[in-house]
Design a protein around this ligand. Sequence first.
Ligand SMILES: Nc1ncnc2c1ncn2[C@@H]1O[C@H](COP(=O)(O)OP(=O)(O)O)[C@@H](O)[C@H]1O
Ligand SMILES: [Mg+2]
Length: 274
Amino acid sequence: MTRSFVFTNHKGGVGKSTSATNIAFGIVNLLRRANVANPRVLIIDTDSQGHASLVTTGRKDYGADDSLYTVLMAERQNAPQVLMNCIVQSQWDENLHVLPASPMLEGAERELMGVAGAPYRLADPLSKIANQYGAIVIDTRPSFSLLTEMGLIAATDAIIPVEPRYLETVGLTSVIQKINDIREGWRHPNLRVSGLLVTKMDTRVRGHNHLLAELKGHAVLGKLLLGVIPSNEAVSYAHRNHQSLFTYDPRSSASKAYMQVVASLVRYLSKGGE
Ligand SMILES: Nc1ncnc2c1ncn2[C@@H]1O[C@H](COP(=O)(O)OP(=O)(O)O)[C@@H](O)[C@H]1O
Ligand SMILES: [Mg+2]
């Protein structure tokens, strides 16, 4: 089964899109280096703001005919084909593909409210084409909206990017609760929280060190720690150039930290998600 990683946190600006896009690209590179038969990775952008679409494809003006919106509005029988038709190649790598977001997704939540099976409108067609990819990465918007729910239902593994600040870590418990609700409430036993990713870590800030130490010492959360990404201005420069961090500056501290995360996710993939 193809693993699908959803990056989620109801807080904005915590590095969801940065992590989703760079980790997806990193997975392509490592799978290719390992000579696996299928090194392709698909990014699904469920945030109407389209940041992941913009940095990886150079556009965020996708619409009624060429985006996730199109898939959500499609007739059920046609949805897998529509999904295939809407996928584009990223500008970063021929093996990194993108199902782009659209500003129209903003209205889709209202349009789909009350439609039977609405929360499955991404997961259903995706399950039909997932085996064409070595992994799938889903970026979500900063809220527990219907679209985020769809992303979670379409995923096998939730990764929670979190800034090392007091409120974010308190908020963590509610994100984990939400993921558990989806697993139980929507009978989606395959979904699990597979990692916390501390982002924008500044070791010069005492509070950050304190929070990280607390997280590491926590009986449950400590075991979920997947990596620590330093605060690094290479990230914003890479964004501005619509480049991956690994291309923009492979030697930057954030690149190296993301590479470690990618390596552990690829190990996880090679063990079949065990
Ligand atoms: N490790 C980092 N160091 C410095 N800036 C970062 C880092 N990660 C993300 N950023 C910046 O923080 C902002 C929010 O990141 P983004 O990935 O868009 O968050 P989200 O998707 O959670 O809203 C962006 O401007 C991005 O450039
Ligand atoms: Mg984002």
